[in-house]
Ligand binder design. Structure first.
Ligand code: NAD
Ligand code: GLY
Length: 366
């Protein structure tokens, strides 16, 4: 018999844009999960070809009593479809159905579906309500929370988008049971991230419970999602528009972005690149005297146990530096890194190129 977890509720405090995150099991099927949403004639569930056969029927059935008509739109799967052409399919369906400004969109899937559906909701008739129903670990602990929505441009990832908060985030832990192991590990990178930047007790909890997480124990997954969302909720409520402390959530992302761009997007999963990027950022923190080597080894060991790559691809330091200069945090050409100072706290600062190049050479396969 599967373990059932009663819903935990975390509130994101953003004045009139505040909303709850619900975390538990058996949430998708339960009509109570969807009670108190804005009433509307039409609900559109946006999903993809992988997730639709797993969960869409159950979600649509649970929504029937709340909406006049529940429609589904199945998008192609993959980061390469996070583009204008696919986004337009959402607008096509809404316009063909005569959807009005009360229409509620549901994003059922991982971060790709969530980011695209959120952006569609921000744009359609200048804004309609939407609900995030994240089905990957990465999307439950990061992308569905906080209102960053976007599509990719051929010249840059997530470059076209909007801050637009959902009405609700529903993290049904049962959906994680069907996730491919590589995707689970990629999500664990974003979970592990919250330890060094905000909560070393959580890092210790992860060290003690990693085997249960890899075995997909619902109780362990529930706590990992809960603590991650609590930290993200606090950070977003302090800095919704990403002009200050929200940058801490990008620990590992500057090096990670260079790995993704340097190898070609899609070669490594985003979470894999972030995991390896955290190893590099930890080494850079150590070289700058902000943390000791024991911390670097501890973090590297945990990421390795989580099934993540901890040695970077050898792209050449110049190539890394080139890609890091187009990071959104860069200022007047200076690369800015999220570093750890001390463990449990993040800072954003620059570092000499020669030191960064040394760290890259040290952390990459020869
Ligand atoms: P994804 O959406 O591509 O999902 C990964 C794979 O898992 C896909 O093939 C998907 O179809 C499949 N899948 C989803 N749920 C499943 C399930 N329950 N069972 C089986 N298969 C399932 O990738 P992701 O890692 O969820 O998200 C990555 C995206 O999120 C990127 O586009 C990234 O830019 C974005 N992102 C956004 C934010 C933000 O703040 N908005 C933060 C981090 C990442
Ligand atoms: N994933 C980073 C952020 O939400 O700011």
């Amino acid at each position: 018999m599967s373990t059932s977890i009663s819903p935990i509720r975390i509130q994101i405090d953003l004045n009139e844009r505040s909303y709850p995150i619900l975390i538990g099991t058996q949430l998708v099927d339960n009509p109570d999960t969807w009670a108190n949403l804005p009433k509307a004639a039409i609900a559109l569930v946006v999903t993809n070809e992988t997730v639709e056969p797993l969960y869409a029927k159950r979600l649509c059935a649970a929504l029937q009593s709340h909406f006049g008509q529940v429609m589904t739109l199945v998008l192609p799967d993959g980061e390469s479809h996070k583009d204008w052409q696919t986004l337009n399919l959402i607008f096509d369906q809404l316009l063909e159905a005569g959807a009005d400004r009360q229409t509620v969109l549901f994003a059922l899937g991982g971060g790709v579906v969530g980011d695209m559906t959120g952006f569609a909701a921000a744009c359609y008739m200048r804004g309609v309500p939407f609900v995030q129903v994240p089905t990957t670990l990465l999307s439950q602990v990061d992308s569905s929370v906080g209102g960053k929505t976007a599509i990719n441009h051929p010249l840059g990832k997530n470059m076209i988008g909007a801050f637009y908060q959902p009405q609700r985030v529903v993290c049904d832990l049962d959906t994680l049971q069907t996730l491919p192991p590589r995707e689970l590990s990629a999500g664990l990178a974003e979970v592990i991230k919250y330890g060094p930047i905000a909560d070393m007790q959580f890092l210790e909890w992860l060290e003690n419970n990693l085997d249960a997480l890899l075995a997909r124990d619902p109780k362990a997954l529930g706590y990992a999602v809960q603590r991650s969302c609590e930290i993200k909720a606090y950070v977003v409520s302090q800095d919704e528009r990403d002009v200050g402390m929200r940058a801490a959530l990008n620990f590992g992302h500057t090096f990670g972005h260079a790995i993704e761009a340097g190898l070609g997007f899609g070669e490594w999963l985003h979470g894999e690149a972030v995991g390896c990027g955290m190893v590099m950022a930890a080494h850079l923190s150590q070289r700058l005297g902000l943390v000791d080597m024991d911390f670097v080894k501890r973090l590297t060991h945990l990421l390795d146990r989580a099934g993540l790559p901890v040695v970077g691809p050898q792209l050449g330091a110049d190539n890394y530096l080139h890609h890091m200069r187009v990071d959104k945090k860069a200022q007047a050409g200076e690369i800015r890194f999220v570093l750890i100072d001390p463990p449990g706290h993040a800072v954003v600062r620059g570092a000499p190129d020669t030191l960064v190049a040394d760290v890259i050479d040290h952390c990459c396969a020869g």
